[in-house]
Design a protein around this ligand. Structure first.
Ligand code: NI
Length: 172
């Protein structure tokens, strides 16, 4: 297993519409493990393949909030939201691709997600609580959508400008 580099805004790969996955190859399985390792190392509760510069529809998550170190990894291939609750919930979100920036985002509280698991089997899962928010945040990544897109234009522009400036100063 290997840690992957996480890309940050304004990298254009984060704005791509990612391609569906056709076959579950040994390389893809290795990539899933690398993504989990990278997510735990960050640390984060979710990671989408475009965040490691690979624009395909693959996400990994672990939203279990437990005292002990037991892990509950979830891998979803080609995930799709099948239905959303009318009830909304608000979480303060962050993103490994937008380091050290957090803001409250309102999303449906419960979503039903269809996906293929790591063996390629079709699955459905109802996601609520933190997992409900995380899965929507990660699926957004596959469509090139970032959580800052839910903020006012003023706030979003301010964040984007800050990161564009930071990149420039590193390049000099
Ligand atoms: Ni993110």
């Amino acid at each position: 297993m290997a840690l992957k580099e996480i890309i940050t805004i304004p990298d254009p790969v984060l704005r791509e519409n990612c391609s569906p996955i056709e076959d579950i190859t040994p390389e893809l399985k290795m990539l899933m493990q690398d993504m989990l390792e990278t997510m735990y190392d960050a640390p984060g509760v979710g990671l989408a393949a475009p965040q490691i510069n690979i624009p395909i529809r693959l996400i990994v998550m672990d939203a279990a909030q437990k005292e002990d170190d037991e892990k509950e990894p979830i891998i979803m291939i080609n995930p799709k939201i099948l239905s959303s609750s009318d009830d909304l919930s608000v979480y303060e979100e962050g993103c490994l691709s937008i380091p050290e920036y957090f803001a409250e985002v309102e999303r449906p509280a419960i979503v039903k997600v269809g996906y293929r698991d790591e063996e390629g089997k079709e699955q459905e899962r109802e996601c609520e609580g933190l997992l409900g928010t995380v899965v929507q945040h990660e699926i957004d990544h596959l469509d090139g959508v970032l959580f800052i897109d839910y903020l006012s234009k003023l706030r979003r522009d301010r964040v984007i400008k800050k990161f564009a400036k930071a990149k420039k100063s590193i390049a000099i």
